[in-house]
Write a protein that binds this ligand. Structure first.
Ligand SMILES: *Cc1c(COP(=O)(O)O)cnc(C)c1O
Length: 400
């Protein structure tokens, strides 16, 4: 492989006719690396599916925090910019700066603005979420200090209606109005007011969600009246978009749905999984009965057994919890269970009767081997698995 492709992100693009996946396969085989393949066509399909649930006037913010849910921040953002979403959101200012460096011009909300990054945020037009009086005072101080050099910033106000994470409580709204008035007089704009639902993905929380939505609408109305300004209001995450189409207000916030995961599991069949995590077999061994495998010798061969050593470990995001048979991978379409403990960079699996060879690929999850199954084995949610795929795992983007 040429030097410039080392550690590079590769976008392979072309008409179906040319069967470019063969090139991808070849690239991977040459590099013998663990890769997370991102199907950009599936991603756009999911984007369009969620758009089809929106009223024509509803705006769309896409959450690209945590490296775009592990899928590649700038690559995903560029595609979203091309497809004209209205807003992006990141967790930290650094992620926003990375987007600006990557040429992203969309408005960007920063959910958790740091204490030291205000000047950079003003310079790059990153729009902070303001969730407390302490943060508002910091923002005000920073605006006094740096404000002369920049156009007035836009801010977003978070109301805590029951998530109990970040946000002003509804009863704090009158005090908030009083604090905001002088800032508005100086040109600061309120781009949006929003809240976050604690249980949008489950039937059993439906009444609670509706109560959150009602509290939010009251708080937003009080702010609009008290300040005499208008702003966008938004409350729905991906499962909320599916469950509460009547509560879109002026904008919604799409996250996990973009990657083909429908957290309610109501519309899963209409989405297309986007990611495939795969590795390859470094070595195959045949064990005699009673021989042990790996650290702590927890794996034990029952009869003569073929095992494969895979080039993926917990440092890549293949959790150590998958040790000792809890996890499995797919080789030539068949399941091979983890034997012994997962190591930092490698994992051994029992091949059983699979006629695998060294160099063959092993699938961790893919559209046919859903990430949801892996999540259940790990007693977690797909969000955690996606965002745990370490940055040393190369992302390969393709459009089939
Ligand atoms: C992450 C996040 C979202 C997106 O949630 P999904 O369940 O991934 O759609 C929406 N709003 C806020 C405030 C978030 O932090």
């Amino acid at each position: 492989m040429p030097d410039f492709l080392h550690q590079a992100t590769i976008l392979v693009k072309g008409a179906r006719l040319f069967a470019f996946e063969k090139i991808i396969r070849q690239l991977q085989q040459q590099s013998h690396s663990t890769v997370l393949e991102i199907d950009l066509e599936a991603l756009v399909h999911n984007l369009n599916f969620f758009r089809s649930l929106l009223l024509p006037q509803t705006r769309l913010m896409v959450m690209v925090k945590a490296f775009a849910y592990g899928s590649g921040l700038n690559e995903v953002a560029r595609l979203l910019q091309f497809h004209r979403v209205d807003y992006l959101a990141v967790a930290y200012a650094d992620e926003g700066l990375q987007l600006r460096q990557g040429g992203i011009q969309l408005p960007i909300l920063v959910l958790n603005p740091g204490e030291e990054s205000w000047d950079k945020m003003f310079a790059e037009k990153l729009e902070p979420e303001i969730y407390s009086f302490r943060l508002l005072a910091q923002f005000q101080q920073a605006w006094l200090t740096f404000g002369a050099s920049f156009p007035p910033p836009a801010i977003h106000l978070k109301i805590d209606t029951g998530m109990r994470r970040l946000g002003f409580l509804p009863e704090e709204v009158p005090a908030l109005i009083a604090q905001l008035k002088p800032l508005l007089a100086q040109g600061v704009k309120i781009a949006s007011v929003f809240t976050h639902l604690a249980g949008a993905d489950e039937d059993r929380h439906e009444a609670y969600s509706r109560q959150q939505l009602a509290l939010f609408e009251q708080a937003a109305q009080a702010l609009a009246q008290g300040l005499g300004v208008s702003f966008l209001r938004h409350a729905l995450n991906s499962p909320g978009i599916v469950r509460f189409p009547e509560a879109q207000m002026e904008m919604v916030r799409l996250g996990i749905g973009l990657y083909g995961i429908e957290a309610n599991e109501k519309r899963q069949s209409q989405l297309r999984p986007v990611g495939t995590l795969k590795t390859y077999i470094s070595q195959i061994k045949t064990l005699l009965p009673g021989q042990t495998v790996g650290y702590g010798r927890w794996g034990k061969s029952e009869g003569p057994t073929r095992i494969a050593t895979l080039a993926i470990g917990y440092a890549d995001g293949f959790s150590r919890q998958l040790s000792r048979g809890r996890g499995q991978v797919w080789i030539q379409g068949q399941a091979a269970a983890v034997i012994g403990n997962v190591c930092m960079d490698m994992t051994m699996v029992d091949l059983g009767d699979i006629p695998a060879q060294e160099g063959d690929e092993a699938i961790i999850f893919s559209p046919t081997h859903p990430i949801q199954d892996l999540a259940r084995r790990l007693d977690t949610i797909p969000y955690e698995i996606l965002t745990s795929v370490s940055e040393r795992v190369r992302r390969v983007f393709f459009m089939p």
